[in-house]
Structures are given as structure tokens and as C-alpha cells.
Design a protein around this ligand. Structure first.
Ligand code: AMP
Ligand code: MG
Length: 520
């Protein structure tokens, strides 16, 4: 099939694009072109994401595609712009921010709705402040792989379509090279987009934004629960309630894979409840409830245990902004109050599944709290504790190896059994005994079904920092193959992948020295 032929039938290239965001008042954005890069090279393109906008695997490899996702040519039929927003950073009002290094190219129709295509790192915009509008290869690899990892885990996220490297130099702490991530989401609107117009006391723009978000993404908020004709106020309250619900559920999902976002500023909070703006994030290795993944977050504002409360605080800022156009403060407060019960219910439901229990029973909170304490005291590996619980006979590696060997199998050297994750094996055994009794009393699932069910919700492979770091270091030396291998592993994080045990292993000693910090 010729290059042109492949391109010709792609809606991505040929169907006229819209950019509904550009239909908002013109002070929401600035139209401007991207700034081309030197010798851009496609490092990786995501066929799963590509297919959602009608791109075949072959089309992802064409020069025409590379030109668009590197920002060296406009999206045919697109309407390129950078959006303005504001936000609270580390709890402090930061004033105007905006797409300082992001360009929205336009909207591409897919089978399951419209996707905005945005380039991150394609040059400066009027909102760059003192920044250069670029992103370095290191942080771009991290965003590319993390969005893919989250999608594999079934966690709402923006998606990465392509990763492009270039030869342009970018000054950070040292000289690095530039890269671009082409990412997609139904919308990149943030809590900070609302805060921006509230701070400027611009109710017309707030109304325009809220109406746009409701019409496109929350049409259910147009209809009142009672069927009685209601006011725009009530629609906006319903919008807040829905954003609260999605955000609370997202927090439960983050907490239960040990994901730390790192920079939960209000400008990084998606109005659609997606994981947005991957910077100094981290999937926890050794469990520490106070784990801080962002080296610059000295106070631990965004530590793992703080994330749900921060999300609630961020929603409070969103509610405050909506208060400019909603007079009924009590109704906004009630919507905010749904955060905690929604979060707790999502945690309970998911924890029951993770532990292979039937419905939540009185006393389960004690069993689970004791597991968190045990993990904390032993700095047990987050991912493997939950994963290995499914096969927890209480045998350590040596005994297990003998038993399995007798049965003609082998035990991985890399993936420690449950009991070996704890230094205090006695305490871990005692907890296991209580857990066994709870499972037996439950009897909701027979053993095989319970194990299968647990394995389907507890991932074996997550994007551990050291895995990303190894791929980055190799990429910085010109070898991108590890990015591709990690991509394959993370595609299906719940299934055991023969020959890839090393990707499930706990970090080597050097990993503790990895430091990741804000915007790069
Ligand atoms: P972040 O911490 O990546 O969410 O970015 C916070 C703000 O700084 C956003 O408005 C970004 O667009 C902006 N920003 C971050 N890095 C750069 C950069 N290299 N050039 C321009 N703006 C940037
Ligand atoms: Mg951001």
C-alpha cells in the first residue's frame, strides 16, 4: 500500500477538523503556530490511541504524521491555539498561567467521540512567562509512558499518541535535547480555567465556559432530576457534583495503585476527572503513606496520603469560582460534601476486589488498616504486596521454590512471594492468618475464581521510576528500544508476561537516588 493511499482514507488527515474550544470567546486563547524542531524523529507512536482517531499503524509511520505531531506542519484543517488559565500552585494563588508549552491543534473525530490533539513542547506561546515553550526528552518519555501505563491500568487519563525527539538543545540544569508529546483528550480544560475568569470577575466568560463544558461533556447536567424546569444555577451545581464524583473516584484509583501525581496544582486538575499533566509523578515502590515523589515538594503537600484531601481542596477552589455565577452557596457546599462518601465508597469497593473479598463487611476496615500498617512498618513493595496476596500460601522464596520444583515448575528470582516482602515475617504471617479466616468465612468465590479476580485488579507491572529512568538513560544515548519494550509490558499490566519478570522486580539500590522535580 502506498503512503498516499494509506493517508487518503484517514479521517485524521482528510476530514475537516473542528475546534469547538475556539468557539469560546477569543480572550480564552491565542491563535498561533507551533515552532518547528530540528530533525524531528518519531520515537514511538501508540497504535491503540491512533486507532481511536482512525490512524492505522502504517499511517503512524508516515512523514506526514511526523510533520504534524512534531509541530513542523499544521494539522490539515486544524485551528492551532494556546489556551489561558490560572491556578493555585502549592496552595498559593499563582495568577495567570496558561498553555506555556502546549498547542491545541484541533479536534479529530473518532468512533467514540471527538478528541482534542495537543502538542506539548512545540514552542513558546504568550503564556510561556519565562519558559522556553519546550519539553525535554526525559520528561516527554515520562509523560508518554505514564499515560499509556494509566490507560493499561484502566485509570482515566489523557492519552499519548506520539513521542518525537529532536536535535534542538534546551537548557535545564544541564543541556538537554527537546522532544514533543502529542497527546489527546476530549478536553484539556482544567479547574484553573474556571478560576481564571472568577479571579477576573468575568461572569459572562465563566457562564460560557460552564455551558460549553456541560453541553459537550456533561449533557446529563442539562436535565433536572425532578423533571421540573430549573435554573442555570442548578445546572452548574449539578456540574460541580459530577466533577466531584469523578475526581473522588479518580483519587481512589490513584491511591490503590500507589500513584502519586506530584504537582496537584489546580491548573493540573482536569474538569473531566482525567489524570493530567504528568511531571514528577511516581508509582510507589516501598510503601510509605507519606511518600513524596516530587523532589521540590519539601513540605509533602502532595504526598501519597495527602492526595484525596488536596483533590477536595482543589474542588473547593472550583466551587469558589462557580460561586461567581451560582448564588446558592449552600448547594455548592452540598455538592462538595459528596466528595468524602464517594471517595470512601470507591476505596471500599476497590479494596474488597483487590483483597478478593465479597461485599464489604463490618471489621474489614480493621483488617485493611492493619495491612497498610504492616506495609508501612516493613516498607513492603506496594505493587507486589497486593499482587502476591493472591498466591499467598505463607511460604517464602526458598520453601516455595522447593514446593514448586517438586511439582516440576520454577519460581521467579525477581518476583518475591508475599511473605518475603516483609522483614517482620511473624507479623506478616499473623496478618495472613486473619486474612485467610476472613476469606474462608466469606466464601463468596471459590479459590480459583478468587485468585483470577484478584489478579485482574492487582497489576504486576507498573511504571516504576527506575524502569522509566533506565529507558530515559538509554534514549539519551540514542537507543530508544527500551521505551518500546516498556510500552509493550505496560499494555497489559494485569497478565503475567513470560520472560519479563525483571519488569516486575523491586528497584535496585541505585533507584533511591533518582530525583524528579517540577516542569522540565
Ligand atoms: P506544569 O508544572 O508543567 O504543569 O506547568 C505549570 C505552568 O508552567 C504551565 O502554565 C506551563 O505551561 C508552564 N510551563 C512549564 N514549563 C514551561 C516551559 N518550558 N516553557 C513555557 N511554559 C512552561
Ligand atoms: Mg500543568
Amino acid at each position: 500500500m502506498s503512503d498516499t493511499c494509506a493517508i487518503d482514507d484517514s479521517p485524521f488527515f482528510n476530514v475537516p477538523k473542528t475546534n469547538s474550544f475556539a468557539g469560546l470567546p477569543t480572550d480564552f486563547y491565542t491563535r498561533l503556530p507551533t515552532t518547528p524542531l530540528k530533525a524531528p524523529k518519531l520515537v514511538h507512536a501508540n497504535p491503540l490511541v491512533g486507532s481511536s482517531v482512525g490512524l492505522s499503524s502504517e499511517q503512524l509511520l508516515t512523514q506526514r504524521f511526523l510533520d504534524v505531531v512534531s509541530g513542523n506542519a499544521p494539522l490539515p484543517g486544524g485551528d492551532t491555539l494556546a489556551a489561558v488559565y490560572s491556578g493555585h500552585q502549592f496552595g498559593v494563588w499563582a495568577g495567570q498561567l496558561g498553555d506555556g508549552r502546549a498547542h491545541l491543534l484541533g479536534e479529530v473525530a473518532g468512533e467514540r467521540g471527538c478528541w482534542e490533539l495537543q502538542l506539548k513542547g512545540a514552542g513558546p506561546t504568550p503564556y510561556s512567562r519565562r519558559g522556553d515553550g519546550r519539553a525535554v526528552l526525559r520528561s516527554s518519555i515520562r509523560e508518554y509512558l505514564a499515560s499509556h501505563a494509566m490507560a493499561g491500568l484502566g485509570i482515566p487519563t489523557t492519552h499519548a499518541l506520539a513521542l518525537v525527539s529532536a536535535q534542538d538543545y534546551v537548557m535545564r540544569e544541564t543541556l538537554e535535547t527537546a522532544a514533543v508529546v502529542a497527546r489527546m483528550a476530549p478536553s484539556f480544560i482544567r479547574f484553573g480555567s474556571f478560576e481564571h475568569w472568577a479571579a477576573r470577575n468575568a461572569p459572562q466568560n465563566l457562564t460560557a465556559l460552564a455551558d460549553y463544558v456541560i453541553e459537550r461533556f456533561y449533557p446529563e447536567c442539562l436535565i433536572s432530576e425532578s423533571g421540573v424546569a430549573d435554573t442555570p444555577d442548578q445546572r452548574y451545581v449539578r456540574l460541580l457534583r459530577e466533577v466531584v464524583r469523578r475526581t473522588a473516584k479518580l483519587m481512589a484509583q490513584w491511591q490503590l495503585v500507589g500513584f502519586c501525581h506530584g504537582v496537584m496544582n489546580t491548573d493540573n486538575m482536569s474538569i473531566l476527572g482525567l489524570t493530567l499533566d504528568y511531571g514528577p509523578y511516581g508509582f510507589m515502590d516501598a510503601f510509605d503513606a507519606k511518600h513524596i515523589c516530587n523532589h521540590t515538594d519539601a513540605q509533602g503537600r502532595y504526598a501519597w496520603h495527602a492526595q484525596p484531601a488536596v483533590a477536595h481542596w482543589n474542588l473547593y477552589q472550583l466551587a469558589n469560582s462557580l460561586h461567581v455565577i451560582v448564588s446558592d452557596a449552600e448547594a455548592l457546599r452540598e455538592a462538595l460534601d459528596t466528595f468524602e462518601p464517594t471517595f470512601l465508597e470507591a476505596m471500599q469497593t476497590k479494596l474488597s476486589l483487590k483483597l478478593g473479598l465479597g461485599a464489604w463487611q463490618h471489621g474489614d476496615e480493621v483488617l485493611i488498616d492493619d495491612l497498610w500498617s504492616l506495609m508501612q512498618e516493613n516498607r513492603a513493595d506496594f505493587t507486589l504486596t497486593f499482587r502476591q496476596l493472591a498466591h499467598a500460601p505463607g511460604l517464602g522464596h526458598a520453601d516455595l521454590a522447593r514446593v514448586v520444583q517438586d511439582l516440576g515448575g520454577t519460581v521467579s528470582q525477581d518476583i518475591a512471594p508475599f511473605i518475603d516482602l516483609f522483614i517482620d515475617r511473624e507479623a506478616a504471617s499473623a496478618w495472613l492468618e486473619r486474612y485467610r479466616q476472613r476469606v474462608q468465612a466469606d466464601g463468596a468465590l471459590e479459590k480459583g475464581a478468587r485468585i483470577d479476580s484478584m489478579l485482574s485488579v492487582n497489576p504486576l507491572y507498573v511504571l516504576r521510576n527506575y524502569l522509566a529512568q533506565r529507558a530515559i538513560e538509554e534514549a539519551q544515548n540514542g537507543d530508544f528500544s527500551e521505551v518500546g519494550r516498556l510500552f509493550e509490558v505496560l499494555k497489559d499490566p494485569f497478565s503475567y508476561q513470560a520472560g519479563r519478570d525483571a519488569y516486575a522486580a523491586q528497584p535496585p539500590a541505585w533507584a533511591t537516588k533518582i530525583e524528579v522535580s517540577c516542569s522540565s
